[in-house]
Write a protein that binds this ligand. Structure first.
Ligand SMILES: [Zn+2]
Length: 394
């Protein structure tokens, strides 16, 4: 891409104005580059210690991806080219574009992705003056949140009897319920992720501590997160492929104290983008060798993440779930149901069962762990703990 990309310039300008108006520090602990370096160093040491001599190139790549997510959350600079997530997003774009080519889908506009504290889990499409490009801004820290949520959720599923390195998991409710009951760290880590994401003042046991799962569960968590991220990127490509960019409605928007415009679309267009996004992300995952179930589960899990974030913000601000005005996109539960319905229709009976079952298992585990987290957020609401800057900029 050329240096004079209109979308890049628009993104950079927006990022500079938002950062200029943002109350420093963006985030108290993770904003400190020395802390970030320490976290990264200890993470590398831990992983290398635990998996000593057994790392495959894929695992090294996974580790690098985790570091990119962590670094992006800590990153406070305005230059999108230097943003740590850039490499990861470039990879996702390459994967999605390859999938689109294979599926015969034409991409008429080139998207540029960036992150900003937009204060909501759904992406924001920013209008720019270009016939060849478009600009999409994601919530800062969204991918790291998904990953930190996927870890405790993945660790609930016991390895199926006889499972070796191929790692088959048991998703039967009895198994994961027993696991949640037996290991209190699972629910604590889930709650820590939600609280440390939504409250700057929170400093729980694992808020600043990373932990490493055993290898099969680490691989499951990474796989689900990658599927989720590819779906998020694929959804935006879905809008482009379906020709939605030109026909959305331009409305005034705020990022913190900075006013800008965004493109808002009809719910029907969002469902179409979900379907296209699913098609692209599943193909991209299958191209990496994952089966249909694992390729699908990340997209399904995406809506669980959005649900936890939406409910989390609502409970912290109002003491109850579902009290905030609806945003630009349909509710996550409805989008998830539409996605599953599409799988039921598009995939022949016996092949649809695996992906739907895995998606449902993840949803149920997330709900179980959310139910244990919610009272902590109710208490935080009663104590008037403010919503984190990243979610309430300005
Ligand atoms: Zn959309």
């Amino acid at each position: 891409m050329s240096q004079t990309s209109v979308a890049r310039q628009a993104l950079e300008q927006l990022q500079r104005s938002v950062h200029a108006h943002f109350p420093p520090p963006l985030r108290r602990l993770r904003n400190d580059p020395t802390v970030d370096q320490q976290v990264r160093r200890s993470l590398v040491e831990e992983v290398m210690g635990k998996w000593a001599g057994e790392e495959t190139p894929e695992q090294v790549a996974e580790l690098r991806a985790e570091l990119a997510r962590a670094a992006e959350e800590a990153y406070d600079g305005p230059d999108p080219e230097a943003g740590p997530l850039n490499g990861l997003l470039t990879q996702f774009r390459t994967d999605i574009e390859a999938a689109a080519a294979e599926l015969g889908r034409t991409i008429p506009l080139r998207p540029t992705f960036g992150t900003l504290p937009i204060g909501r889990p759904n992406a924001m499409a920013v209008p720019i003056e270009s016939d060849t490009e478009c600009l999409v801004v994601l919530q800062k820290g969204l991918f790291m949140f998904a990953y930190l949520l996927a870890k405790p959720v993945a660790s609930c599923f016991p390895l199926a009897p006889g499972a070796g390195e191929g790692s088959a998991f048991s998703t039967a409710p009895d198994g994961w319920k027993a696991q949640v009951a037996a290991d209190p760290a699972i629910a604590e880590r889930f709650a820590d992720t939600v609280l440390s994401t939504l409250c700057d003042e929170y400093s729980g046991a694992t808020a600043s501590q990373r932990y490493i799962l055993d290898r099969p569960h680490a691989v499951l968590a990474t796989t689900i997160t990658t599927g989720m991220e590819l779906f998020v990127v694929g959804h935006e490509y879905g809008h482009i492929i379906a020709g939605h960019v030109a026909r959305g409605k331009r409305v005034a928007a705020m990022v913190g104290t900075v006013s800008c415009e965004e493109i808002v679309r009809e719910w029907d267009d969002e469902f179409v983008a979900d379907m296209r996004g699913l098609e692209l992300s599943v193909r991209a995952m299958q191209n990496q060798g994952y089966d249909l179930s694992l390729s699908y589960a990340g997209a399904d899990f995406c809506f669980s993440c959005l649900e936890v974030l939406g409910n989390g913000v609502s409970v912290l601000l109002t003491g109850e779930e579902g009290k905030l005005p609806p945003g630009s996109h349909p509710p996550p539960a409805l989008r998830r149901e539409v996605l599953r319905e599409w799988v039921r229709r598009a995939v022949p009976g016996e092949h649809a069962e695996g992906p739907l079952q895995l998606g449902k298992a993840f949803e149920e585990v997330v709900r179980e762990l959310w139910d244990r987290t919610k009272p902590l957020l109710v208490r935080a609401h009663e104590q008037k703990v403010p919503l984190a800057n990243l979610w309430n900029p300005g």
